[in-house]
Ligand binder design. Sequence first.
Ligand SMILES: [Zn+2]
Length: 557
Amino acid sequence: MTRFAASLLSLSITLALSPALAAPPADAPTFDPQRMSDMVKTLSSDAFEGRGPATAGEKKTIDYVTAQMQAAGLQPGGDLVDGNRGWTQAVPLLRAQISGEPELSVDIDGKPQALSQGEQVAIRAAMDGSTSVEIKDAPIVFVGYGVTAPERDWDDFKGVDLKGKIALVLVNDPDFETGDGDFGGKAMTYYGRWTYKYEEAARQGATGMLVIHETEPASYGWATVKNSNTNTMFDVVREKPSDTHPQMEGWIQRDFAVQLFKDAGLDFEALKKQAQSRDFKPVELKGETFSAKYAVDSQVITSYNIVGRIEGSERPDETVVYSAHWDHLGMGEPDAKGDRIYNGAVDNATGTVALIEMGRAFANAAEKPKRSLVFLNVTAEEKGLLGSEYYASKPLYPLGKTVAVLNMDALDPHGPARDFSTSGSAKQDLLDQLVETAKQWDLRYATDSKPEAGYFFRSDHFPFAKRGVPAVSFGSGEDMVDGGVAAGRAISAEYTANRYHQPADEWEASWAFTGMARDLQLLHAVGSDLANSDRWPNWSQDSEFRAARDATAAERK
Ligand SMILES: [Zn+2]
């Protein structure tokens, strides 16, 4: 996911006018825009086939990134092989794919209507362990926002039996539309994420769940839903996958869902309003059923995180992590031009290259850092943060002694901005330090202007944050030095509409990379400061991540 895409609707920009860039601090290393451009061009070329996990594109990516990290002066920091660290960490993943075209239909008052995969609905390959799915005439039940939150005295299910049924659910959380309520107001809580919806559907015993896609609460369009859900699906390997996944998971187009409600004599908008109150009760779409039949090819495969490292000179067992995902969507449905390769130039060849160049800056420094630095290039972010989830669950270096995680995802390859942002604005010392350090470059912090999009849960820093490790995901700014907010918004709008998660996310010769070169100086300064201090940043007292961090306090004495 990308913060860059979200900045389209940014409203938090102030119009302070500084005519030129501030001079960087004298000790800041420089980052070479031309080299970054060359590397992004290579990584996002068609030869890398869109960098899908467990494809030929992965092998090429690992070979390239490893060679670049080595040339940059990093040491291998991955799994131990015969007592020595390799360049990778093996990440076992469940890979599931629908074989052929799924047979999908709804039956309205006895009249069957065939559905096309990717048109009215986008059905994900089953991840509950099923090798074939056959759902015949299943009743359809609207379950509002699909939330069970006892601490908020909220239960959308009210004891409804969903066995053998398909649950229809709204995306985001119950106070997204009103901006006022028990779920963080406009900001998205984890209850708003579709991952939560499916997990809850499994807990409720539903046979299937369809999330009703609406662009605003989802924060992305149908094209994104279609492209991310109809290709190969991945998950971490689970002991009992049906505890987490209902048999059928998918999305349904809003207009088509509205029609289904109408044909059942129901008013979608009125029911949505009801769903915003804790009195809501599930409603069956009378006279309508859903059928689905498809085979699922599922197997356990191995993908890899790529790990470079610089060992600290004084406290090598304490680690500062820079992270970025290398994967993108691979090959998939062709766009209007017939292009099937999802090159992922911005998302996330930029972050991968930033990681390599950050490694080079530290490796070339006159003095080694006192603490160790890890450059973690994770896999399967686009499949649901799986590479970072795996690392955080099986850390190569203990999380209790991991000082901080600075994640980079989908950086803006254009010129510099006068501001920067982060995915979510969770209160913590690390963010304060980033904001304070940025002042040396006259860079303003624009708080996450779209907390309702739930970006905090959508970047690779989150698996660390939820385990208490101080973590931020950096986002490029929007108030461009050249052209101001108008120029930044035009760039974001163009990217979101035409490129984001589409085959057209391709390298451009016109990209200057001077903005990244400047932003990497800032991120270097923050990491360098932490790597050479004995400070342990923490979350704010009232943060939901504070307790997890404090639980490992003894490790940091
Ligand atoms: Zn990304």
